[in-house]
Design a protein around this ligand. Sequence first.
Ligand SMILES: [Zn+2]
Length: 229
Amino acid sequence: MPFLSLDSEHEHELCIMIDRYLSLEGAMGAELQQSLTPADAVALLKDGVRRSTSGDASQRSRAALLEDAAGGQYPYAAVLSCIDSRAPVEHIFDAASGDLFVARVAGNVASPDLIASLEYATKYAGSKAILVLGHTRCGAVKGAWAGLEDGHLTGLLGRIQPAVAATKAEVGEEDSLSNLDRCSTVNVKETMAALRNESAILAGLEAEGKIAIVGGVYDVATGEVAWVD
Ligand SMILES: [Zn+2]
């Protein structure tokens, strides 16, 4: 189609890919997963948010998903998110059983077992993208901002301190909602950097173009995701 610009041609291909996904009756299969590029996987996540926020959620049959479940899993992406009850990952991305690996820990930090889980999801199980998903009004960020030290929380919140220090240097010490939400965004960027710096496997897969590592902040009030560069 020579009349199409490269961009709209690319968009056309993405539409075909998303239609293929939406026409699934059961779970993602190996063929579809392996045909996706990292950019396709990110586009699927973004279209999932669109469907979820527009009342256009897909209605895949529970019976068909269960029937496929025993045959293996071929998730298109892995999400590292906070444990917050207001940020239900599958719901945010209109995802079905078998679509996403979801690694959850307070403050969506890159601790060693979480990194290992993402290494498994991508290198061994074929997921094409890693999304680090923070959210607004995050209690872990608020605790780190206040310098909370208690039990195992001390070590966990310590992983958020680089984001707290960078954000306070930028906006000051006041624990306003906007400052804390700004810190959530900075924390997503810090976690993305930690995945690249602390995992030779993830950095290598990204450098080879086999996966994308992207970030986002989920707004618990609107259901939207602000994508982070
Ligand atoms: Zn949180």
